[in-house]
Write a protein that binds this ligand. Structure first.
Ligand SMILES: [Zn+2]
Length: 441
């Protein structure tokens, strides 16, 4: 059982946790945690969402206690091998972002509820741009984790303990809305899916809550880049998942700040796309968007405050999904970084014909374009030895002979470019080009 009414270490001040989080952001190792935790105690930095309209914040909590880990290994639970099923399959694992959703606090009889809850969360997240337009770059896998008891610990009150597959618990480290999970257990289950780039844990609960774990604080062997937890029946909790993917896919910084946290202390320009030291929008890294009317409601410029600091650092818009969950939209700078992130993991162009072996000149080469919509604007072109074949543009299947290729060693290339108006940064545009090249024999 995972009764865990009381934190296992002393409460860590927000300032200490923030320093650690900022150190981690700056590329440090988060050494602030070592002194905050008991000797030998592993800690995790987690993003905490006090409410649907509250600004998130970073906290540092002890990693899940060992007793849950042992509970998760009990024979009774291992008897049931969880099923993995594709909820959405748009392309090969190698060419897609693979999102794995697992439930916690769902008994064997409640697996149908889990599937319905998972679909509802995903539909809400994929209603937000640019997830909406780029849904076709995702595969979604459901893992049917079976819990001994229905519901999760800490719901409705801190003294409630439930025996669940992933050890989800509200009141994590004393914070009511912080929904922690045993990330080691999550990693074990995630390995059952064909691939896991990102994991969502949906906890069977009507209480508002969730959490975001970033790569640095996951178990070292985790195959995935982030974990977001969210409660099942709260209609605003999906924004936690939408925000967390902003970090894990878009590598976006938090755009919020803390009162009294003062001036940004670093001289170096942040690596993230959505924070800058530059005060002048005309020379900021997002200058291509300066003056644009943004989906979040403001004009793109340089708004002071972000990355937890109040001054000396700027964000692109007054508010956004990376600043507050009260704003359900990314700004255009965030959108662009997200799309670039999608393409870092996924390819809009795939083909069943492998590029690893030479192909015959009369062999048809079919290609597939990811089913993208809205903001996406895909263009397919063909090249022979690097020279474009204009008449073949848009052709979904060609033969080398039809392209005029005869003889050994020539190369046929298919290139898909996304000319989305949501992309202006040359680095993002470069990411949005995918090519496949075959050698002809
Ligand atoms: Zn965040």
């Amino acid at each position: 059982m995972t009764h865990r009414a009381r934190p296992r270490t002393r409460w860590i001040t927000a300032a200490t946790a923030l320093l650690a989080a900022v150190a981690a952001l700056a590329g440090g190792t988060g050494s602030g945690t070592a002194e905050a935790a008991a000797p030998g105690q592993r800690t995790q930095h987690i993003e905490y969402f006090a409410g649907p309209a509250a600004e998130p914040r970073q906290v540092s909590v002890p990693a899940r206690p060992a007793e849950h880990d042992q509970a998760a290994r009990r024979p009774a639970r291992q008897a049931a091998v969880p099923a993995v099923r594709p909820l959405e399959r748009t392309g090969p694992v190698s060419g897609r972002l693979d999102l794995v959703v697992m439930g916690d606090g769902y008994t064997a009889d409640e697996q149908g509820d889990f599937a319905a809850d998972a679909e509802e969360k995903l539909d809400a997240i994929f209603a937000v741009e640019p997830y909406r337009s780029y849904r076709g770059l995702f595969n979604v896998w459901l893992v049917d984790t079976v819990s001994a008891e229905s519901g999760v610990s800490g719901d409705p009150t801190a003294d409630v303990g439930k025996d669940t597959a992933l050890g989800s618990a509200f009141f994590c480290d004393g914070l009511e809305r912080l929904l922690c999970v045993d990330t080691d257990a999550v990693a074990r289950y995630a390995r059952l899916a064909p691939d896991a780039d990102i994991v969502f844990v949906v906890a069977n609960s009507a209480k508002y809550g969730g959490a975001g774990y970033s790569t640095a604080d996951l178990p070292p062997t985790s195959p995935f880049h982030g974990v977001a937890t969210m409660s099942s029946d709260n209609e605003r909790s999906y924004l936690i998942g939408a925000h967390e993917l902003g970090h894990s896919i878009g590598k976006l910084a938090d755009e919020y700040q803390y009162p009294g946290y003062g001036a940004y202390p670093y001289a170096e320009e942040p690596a993230t796309a959505n924070l800058t030291l530059t005060r002048d929008p005309a020379t900021a890294k997002w200058s291509r968007w300066a003056g644009v009317q943004d989906p979040t409601g403001s004009i793109v410029g340089t708004y002071e405050g972000g990355g937890y600091y109040e001054t000396g650092i700027h964000r692109p818009t007054d508010t956004s999904l990376m600043r507050s969950l009260a704003s359900p939209e990314f700004n255009v700078v965030g959108r662009e970084a997200m799309i670039a992130g999608f393409y870092a993991y996924a390819d809009a162009l795939t083909s069943p014909v492998p590029t690893t072996e030479p192909v015959r000149g009369n062999r048809p080469i079919p290609v597939r374009l990811a089913p993208l919509t809205g903001l996406a604007d895909l263009h397919l072109t063909w090249y022979v030895d690097g020279r474009e074949v204009p008449w073949a543009a848009g052709a979904r299947v060609v033969t080398p002979h039809a392209l005029g290729v005869h003889g050994h060693g020539h190369r046929v290339t298919a290139t898909v470019t996304d000319r989305s108006a949501a992309l202006r940064n040359p680095v993002a545009l470069a990411r949005a080009t995918n090519s496949l090249t075959w050698t002809i024999r």
